[in-house]
Design a protein around this ligand. Sequence first.
Ligand SMILES: Nc1nc2c(ncn2[C@@H]2O[C@H](COP(=O)(O)OP(=O)(O)OP(=O)(O)O)[C@@H](O)[C@H]2O)c(=O)[nH]1
Length: 204
Amino acid sequence: MSGRSKLLKVVLLGDGGVGKSSLMNRFVSNKFDAQSYHTIGVEFLNKEVTVNGENFTMQIWDTAGQERFKSLRTPFYRGADICMLTFAVNDRKSFENLPMWKREFLYYADIQDGAPFPFIIVGNKCDMPNREISEEMAQSWCSRNANAPYFETSAKDATNVQLAFISAVSRMREMEDQLEVKPVQTNSVDLSKKQKPLNSGCCS
Ligand SMILES: Nc1nc2c(ncn2[C@@H]2O[C@H](COP(=O)(O)OP(=O)(O)OP(=O)(O)O)[C@@H](O)[C@H]2O)c(=O)[nH]1
């Protein structure tokens, strides 16, 4: 890769057991472990990517989804560039908890609710036969609540894992472009025309 790469902090959030660590390991190392252990606190891995000709170091922060680790994960939300809200398509509760995860992220990252922020929604374990959340339900939630793209992934068989992470970077760049400040329009003054100074007076 040539050129300097920009560091991007990507935070993975979602209920315990939905597959956050597995998604990170699939994306970074192309590995899957059926005996994955619960994360305690946070862990991160870096991955170099090139998206639309730009180089990025994605620093992926995998957080502990279990409630009892809340105080260990929330200090790491600040400064995030992207947030991936994750659930498992065979676990209704993990889908219903998405609004809670979004609120928790915005609060601890100190981002105003409603401010544009690149969220990506990931429905993991799409290889499992016992699905509880349809793609339509998830898509509909995404457009109504987070204005975010939705990806169905499997960390187990690698379906859409690369696509979800790479699209997260494109989404962030798109939003940055939309937010770019347009130059302020000023009324030009024709200096060639002499104007009488205001409050001018004669003191002779
Ligand atoms: N079938 C299937 N199993 C998966 C998939 N992703 C993860 N798993 C399994 O689900 C279990 C939990 O995965 P983790 O990656 O540890 O889940 P987590 O979200 O990081 O969990 P916490 O660390 O507790 O927050 C493990 O047994 C994984 O092997 C997937 O896409 N398909």
